[in-house]
Design a binder for this molecule. Structure first.
Ligand SMILES: [Mg+2]
Ligand SMILES: [Zn+2]
Length: 185
C-alpha cells in the first residue's frame, strides 16, 4: 500500500539557511524540526528530504562533501530517535555551473523531479503527502508533482500566485501548535 510522505526542504527547514551550508560545523538545526518530523513519523509518514544544491554545480563544495554532511545529519536524526531520512538533491544550475552540472534539469525545484523520483523509489501516495518548504519554489515543485498539501514557512506575505492546499506559518515550530498539527497529520 502506498505510504504518505513528509517532503522536507533542507536549507531553512532542517538547518538554518546561512547560505551554501556544506560542513557540520556550519549547521544549526531549525528550532522544532526534530519534533515536527517525529510527530509525522508517529502518524505514519515517511520523511524525505528534497534539496536544491547548486553549490555543487557552482564548484563551492563537492558531491563528496554533500554526502558526508548528509551522513552526519543522519547521525543527528537517529540520535533524536528518528529514522534515517532519504535525501534527494539537485547539484545542477541552468546558467551558473561548472562542466557537467550546467544544465536545465528536471530535478531542480520548482521542477518536480526529485519528488517524483522519491515517489517511485518509496511507493508514496502524493495525494496523501505533505511538503514543508521555505521557498516558493518548494511549493511550486510540490504542486507540480501533485503533493496535495504544502506548508510554506515564511514571515513574509505569500506571493500573489495562487496554489491550492498551502498553509502559511511563520516558523517551523509554529507547526507544533496543537490545532495546526491536528489539521495537518
Ligand atoms: Mg530552503
Ligand atoms: Zn538537477
Amino acid at each position: 500500500m502506498p505510504g504518505k510522505a513528509l517532503f522536507l526542504d533542507r536549507d531553512g527547514i532542517i538547518n538554518v539557511d546561512t547560505g551554501y551550508v556544506s560542513k557540520p560545523q556550519q549547521v544549526t538545526f531549525v528550532a522544532g524540526i526534530f519534533e515536527v518530523i517525529a510527530r509525522f513519523v508517529a502518524a505514519g509518514y515517511t520523511p524525505v528530504i528534497v534539496t536544491n544544491q547548486s553549490g555543487i554545480g557552482r564548484g563551492m563544495y563537492t558531491e563528496t562533501d554533500f554526502h558526508q554532511l548528509s551522513e552526519w545529519m543522519q547521525s543527528q536524526f537517529t540520535r533524536q530517535g528518528l529514522p534515517a531520512i532519504p535525501v534527494y538533491y539537485c547539484p545542477h544550475h541552468p546558467t551558473e555551473a561548472i562542466a557537467g552540472y550546467l544544465q536545465s534539469c528536471a530535478c531542480r525545484k520548482p521542477e518536480p523531479g526529485m519528488i517524483l523520483q522519491a515517489t517511485r523509489d518509496h511507493g508514496l501516495a502524493l495525494d496523501e503527502s505533505l511538503l514543508i518548504g521555505d521557498s516558493w519554489r518548494d511549493i511550486q515543485a510540490a504542486d507540480a508533482a501533485g503533493v496535495s498539501r504544502k506548508v510554506f514557512v515564511s514571515t513574509q506575505a505569500k506571493p500573489a500566485q495562487t496554489i491550492s492546499g498551502v498553509l502559511q506559518v511563520g516558523s517551523v515550530s509554529a507547526i507544533l501548535d496543537a490545532d495546526t498539527l491536528a489539521g495537518l497529520l
